[in-house]
Design a protein around this ligand. Structure first.
Ligand code: GLV
Ligand code: MN
Ligand code: MN
Length: 432
């Protein structure tokens, strides 16, 4: 393919991501949560790209978009390629979406050529955890981890995951059919890096070797709502003031700790009026580290700190654990093949640990998983300014095609499943 055709292809990938970004719950900004109405338009749009390839397309009972490009022979194994289609509020156009669009593009680039393995493209219905405070709903269904407990979780409107599935016209009774087809041997996910590392190194692509573990909690300070004009300062039990002290303590703790990140990303106070001392402040806490032990210790210390602040201020504290996701290593064979494909695409390979969570860490519970990061301009993500360079998308397509060819000629590819460990090594952790 000539250079200008390659550039056109990469530009089309970016244009498609931007087109999908128009399907939003909010006017003027992008927000698309689990099974919200604009997800129907997204599914429709992707389906229209796949129609010329004559592929079988379906939406599984967890709302995941699935499409199958068959193997040359009906008994061939299956490679899964994809990422997520939901977004954070006020999102950029590429987080997750790019991985799905690149999957579609790789199939188009095959131009009808069948491989020894089939390729299933998946667009997960939920990865971010925005609507229900619980991430990875889509990928959990594929590995059989979308259980009753999760189906019963409710959103801010009191609608459960189960009801959201029903309201979308899907059938919860069929969730088990969303599971990975038993012939699926590996999962590959393209994703923007969402950080500044590749840009600083001047490299367009990287192989991910591990994904940091994460804890997500809701922390509630309960105090005493009272009159803002009549209650002297020394007789208050102000939940917002306690929460504010704790938020700063979280920041200070993470700044001093090695390789730890901790974030309070959301805070709500009740009753929420200018002239009322807050009786309740509810916050989220997100803690990540390459070492599960270091992460657990940090969470314990931050909770102890909340109790100490609460006691001193005459408040009480409650916690609700929303997620405990261990750190996960990517499959070693796949990471090696990805590095080789990056080199074959004319780029200098690089290996790195992901601080962001990805569907790949859920898939890795059942099958070998590998990820390819694309350089993220300015390291900006979870923001409308999120972008990706045309040249880097070109390299990603080239890398993807090389990877498919490598798999097709690798006797090892079809038996990677049984042999790899997804436990994070100390060396990988140190690089987190
Ligand atoms: C996903 O975007 C995450 O929060 O890691
Ligand atoms: Mn994200
Ligand atoms: Mn993502």
């Amino acid at each position: 393919m000539g250079q200008s055709a390659k550039t056109n292809r990469a530009e089309q990938v970016i244009a498609r991501c931007r087109k999908l970004a128009m399907f939003s719950e909010d006017t003027g900004t992008l927000k698309r949560t689990f099974l919200s109405a604009p997800m129907v338009d997204v599914h429709q749009e992707i389906k229209s790209w796949l129609e010329p390839l004559g592929m079988q397309v379906w939406i599984d009972a967890a709302g995941n978009f699935r499409a199958l490009y068959p193997a040359a022979e009906s008994s061939g194994p299956r490679l899964l390629i994809g990422s997520h289609l939901d977004t954070v509020p006020d999102a950029g156009a590429f987080d997750g979406i790019l991985g799905v669009v690149l999957g579609v593009t790789l199939l188009e680039e095959l131009r009808g050529r069948r491989l020894a393995f089939g390729i299933e493209v998946v667009g997960f219905s939920e990865e971010e955890g925005v609507r229900f405070g619980r991430p990875f709903i889509g990928s959990r269904a594929l590995v059989g981890m979308l259980d009753d407990e999760l189906l019963n979780v409710v959103d801010g409107q009191g609608i459960s995951v189960r009801d959201a599935i029903r309201n979308f016209g899907l059938d919860c009774e069929q969730i088990s059919e969303a599971k990975l087809s038993p012939d699926t041997v590996a999962y590959i996910e393209f994703h923007i890096e969402q950080g500044p590392v590749l840009e600083a190194l001047g490299k367009p692509l990287a192989a991910v070797e591990a994904i940091a573990g994460q804890s997500r909690l809701q922390i509630v300070f309960d105090g005493r709502a009272n009159h803002a004009g009549t209650t002297p300062m020394n007789l208050r039990h102000d939940a917002i003031a306690g929460a504010a002290e704790w938020v700063l303590a979280v920041e200070k703790f993470a700044q001093k700790a090695n390789n730890l990140v901790a974030t309070v990303g959301k805070i709500d106070a009740k009753p929420g009026a200018t002239n009322v001392i807050a009786g309740q402040a509810s916050m989220t806490l997100d803690v990540r580290h390459g070492s599960d032990d270091a992460r657990s210790r940090a969470v314990q210390e931050l909770i102890a700190c909340a109790h100490e602040i609460a006691q001193r201020r005459g408040l009480s504290v409650r916690k609700n654990v929303l997620l405990e996701q261990r750190a996960v290593a990517m499959d070693r064979f796949l990471a090696g093949e990805i590095e080789r494909a990056i080199a074959n695409a004319g780029c200098e390979p690089h290996r790195m640990v992901s601080g962001a969570g990805h569907d790949a860490m859920i898939l890795a519970e059942k099958i070998p998983a590998g990820m390819i990061f694309l350089r993220t301009p300015g390291g900006i993500s979870h923001d409308p300014a999120e972008s990706v360079a045309v040249e880097d998308v070109e390299k990603a397509i080239e890398c993807g095609m090389r990877l498919l060819d490598q798999f097709a000629s690798s006797p090892e590819f079809c038996k990677v499943a049984s042999e790899s460990s997804n436990t994070v090594s100390a060396e990988q952790r140190d690089r987190a």
